[in-house]
Design a binder for this molecule. Structure first.
Ligand code: GMT
Length: 373
């Protein structure tokens, strides 16, 4: 099939999932056309069957706000006609689904089936805003197939927008060949001593990630267990994170590594992953950690409780329960037998239930359904 994939190209789960899905579809013989304003960062080399189309937005003095949504719609029309696309799969409703609907209106002579995958903040944060509410609802209703990355997100979407049409749940995935514990000689020594445990947090440092909770949990853990914390990523809460680290007297124990393209090596030297988010419709990082055999301490918010087996591959708590999160972290880190059991279970659970091939099969099934109708 000829499939257009529209996504955000930057760091973030939705872009990662869209790109990895496209790469796997291309390996399976589909022709995949990525449309975005920048090359998705995971699309870092030549791949057979993959095309990348850049949306350029005209910079004209009259435009205080560059009309990206319209430029994207025009690009979808151009690619759909030129490449004879069978369908487009948009990741993140705003504004991608709206642009796709506009594109479809413009080429009604040939039709253009649209699948929209909801990733979370498009519904739980942005779509909630009164100014975007109606258009988000419209874009969901007008899509031929709508998928959500967790049951929690599906339910929240149905309740928030009073949607009656079906929303299919298709979980995010990992490639177990890529996400597995690897040996990187000397890497742990750069950040920690032999006897120290390594905790890790990876995110875009937005308020929803509760970055200060990560530091507060770590402060309590490090009082009882010799340990270090790797903070991977950056974003609006970066400065408060640095401030909190200093306030807690943890400057020598917390390593801020900034945005990293590959996290497998860092996960491979980690003993525990912290995801205490306020909201998380899926929590791809938790899955990546589990696939690398790293147990997770997370909040019960959203989809995290669907992917972490509480007590088996990690523990989930209400957002903000830093004391109990720290206590459990200490328990896992000081009981070698428990850690090994959880680590092994985490890897098995990730591979068995979130394998890229199983999940891509599901998307392919719905692509075929759309093309048939
Ligand atoms: O977390 C973000 O703000 C980024 C956003 C994105 O576009 O990548 O993440 C959302 O989509 C990911 C991929 O499906 C999910 O793993 C994240 O849980 C979800 N973020 C939230 O729900 C806060």
């Amino acid at each position: 099939m000829k499939i257009g994939i529209i996504c955000y190209p930057t760091y973030g789960g939705s872009g990662v999932i869209a790109t990895e899905l496209g790469k796997r579809l291309a390996l399976r013989g589909h022709e995949v056309h990525f449309i975005s304003y920048e090359r998705p960062f995971k699309l870092d080399r030549f791949h057979e069957n993959i095309y990348y189309h850049e949306v350029e937005v005209l910079d004209y003095p009259l435009f205080k706000f560059p009309p990206y949504m319209i430029a994207l719609a025009s690009k979808i029309v151009e690619v759909a006609r030129w490449a004879n696309l069978d369908l487009v799969h948009v990741h993140y409703a705003i504004p991608h689904a709206v642009s796709a609907i506009l594109a479809r209106l413009m080429i009604k002579d040939r039709g253009l089936p649209i699948m929209t995958t909801l990733h979370g903040t498009d519904i739980t944060v942005v779509g909630h805003e009164p100014q975007f509410f109606d258009i988000t609802r419209y874009s969901i209703e007008e899509s031929d197939i709508v998928t959500a990355v967790s049951h929690s997100l599906k339910e929240e979407t149905e309740q928030t927008f009073n949607i009656s049409g079906p929303i299919e749940v298709i979980y995010n995935f990992i490639d177990p060949e890529e996400y597995r514990r690897v040996e990187v000689p000397g890497l742990k020594d750069r950040y920690a001593c032999r006897n120290e445990k390594v905790l890790i947090h990876i995110s875009n440092f937005r308020p929803v990630k509760r970055i200060t909770d990560v530091l507060d949990i770590f402060a309590r853990v490090s009082e009882r267990v010799p340990s270090r914390l790797l903070m991977v990523g950056d974003g609006p809460e970066g400065s408060s994170a640095h401030r909190r680290t200093k306030e807690l007297g943890l400057a020598g124990k917390v390593h801020f590594l900034g945005k990293q393209e590959r996290v497998v090596e860092l996960l491979s030297i980690s003993d525990l992953c912290l995801v205490p988010s306020e909201k998380e419709s899926f929590g791809l990082v938790a899955l990546e950690a589990m696939a690398c055999g790293v147990p997770v301490i997370a909040s019960i918010a959203g989809g995290l409780k669907e992917i972490i087996l509480n007590g088996e591959t990690g523990f989930v708590f209400q957002p903000g329960e830093v004391v109990t999160m720290a206590d459990k972290a200490v328990e896992i880190l000081t009981n070698g037998e428990l850690w090994s059991k959880m680590s092994g279970r985490a890897r098995k659970h990730a591979v068995r239930n979130f394998h890229i091939d199983t999940i891509v099969d599901k998307y392919e099934y719905f692509y075929q359904e759309m093309a048939r109708n």
